[in-house]
Design a protein around this ligand. Structure first.
Ligand SMILES: [Zn+2]
Length: 211
């Protein structure tokens, strides 16, 4: 019985991959940020991918506090300058891969991709402080049918989603990572750090370098 189930799952995976490969269109619907509270739904080109990049077919995208602030302000100094595709918490399945992408990233695979990746070369990265990276690469465009994942994010911050994790939970990986990183930083500073964190949380503050 177990063998039958496994074969069925593998078959459906291949079938889904074939369908995804066949249906990547040239145009897609996307939310484009033009400025303060100016978000427009438009038909734009599906991004093409370079040799080290991946194209994701978006299954689900979430909205967090940063998205709300960016929408209100119309920009984010480091993350996004309009006009630009918008949204960054996303789960999707791989729709196409560049020629130099590692073979483990197969078409049809369900993945989460973070919206940033560190350079791993600067002063802070070499001291395991990647959140303070001087050349952090950001990616936006989750509020669209397809999303291009830059090579650095494919290499450093893209994860396969296990079958047991649903789309809604998977798309929460980025905010969960922020919470875990924040909690770890608080713990590192002992009791004083804990109380400082409590005060910052109550006032809505966030750790420098997170978003
Ligand atoms: Zn860096």
């Amino acid at each position: 019985m177990r063998t039958t189930t496994t074969k069925k799952t593998e078959y459906l995976g291949e079938e889904a991959a074939a369908v995804i490969r066949a249906i990547v269109p040239s145009k897609m619907t996307a939310a484009v940020l033009y400025g303060s509270e100016d978000l427009r739904i438009e038909k734009i080109d599906v991004p093409s991918v370079a040799a080290d990049e991946v194209l994701l077919r978006v299954r689900l995208a979430l909205t967090d506090g940063t998205d709300l602030k960016v929408w209100q302000r119309g920009y984010h100094a480091r993350m996004i300058q309009p006009p630009a595709v918008f949204g960054h918490e996303v789960v999707g399945e791989i729709a196409s891969v560049g020629k130099r992408v590692d073979a483990r990233w197969r078409i049809g695979l369900r993945v989460v991709a973070a919206n940033s990746a560190p350079c791993l070369r600067c002063y802070h990265c070499r001291r395991a402080q990647e959140n303070l990276c001087e050349d952090l690469l950001f990616n936006n465009g989750a509020y669209a049918e397809y999303l291009r994942i830059p090579g650095r994010i494919v290499m450093e911050n893209m994860l396969e989603v296990p079958h047991s994790v649903d789309d809604g939970s998977a798309a929460l990986v980025e905010p969960l990572a922020c919470v875990l990183g924040f909690t770890r930083s608080c713990a590192a500073f002992g009791r004083d750090g804990y109380h400082q964190c409590q005060r910052r949380c109550r006032s809505g503050g966030r750790r420098e370098g997170t978003h």
